[in-house]
Design a protein. Structure first.
Length: 126
């Protein structure tokens, strides 16, 4: 069983979409993906050429938006980060139709550095 952790950025993104009528069912759409991740099934495509620690990976998975009745190709993109210690961090989610919320490779790398810094500070304080 994997520990799936929502980052503040991910929570902010979900709340952003919940406020819009065409994304009301985002929790429903996310549920099957989160269950698969908790069960250790890594879904989606592994992103390449990111400057992240060895032994870790970022994946992008396509999710249908049932509120807008569109398939996966026009639905959501969920980015998540897999760490060796059985943790999966939900980094961000965005709609394929919402170009303004798509994050760059550099922003992904910054999110991961923040996660790792927080993890390291938690370990030293314990």
């Amino acid at each position: 069983m994997k520990n799936v952790v929502s980052t503040p950025k991910f929570e902010e993104d979900v709340e952003f979409y919940k406020r819009k009528k065409k994304y009301r069912k985002i929790d429903y759409d996310l549920e099957p993906v989160l269950i698969e991740l908790e069960n250790g099934n890594l879904l989606g495509d592994k992103l390449q050429d990111l400057d992240i620690p060895e032994g870790t990976a970022v994946y992008k998975v396509r999710i249908a938006n049932s509120s807008a009745n569109v398939g996966k190709s026009n639905g959501f993109r969920l980015l998540y980060y897999v760490v060796i210690e059985d943790k999966i961090y939900l980094l961000t989610i965005y709609s394929k139709k919402d170009d303004i919320r798509v994050i760059s490779d550099e922003q992904i790398e910054l999110l991961i550095r923040n996660i790792l810094n927080e993890e390291n500070s938690n370990e030293t304080s314990n």
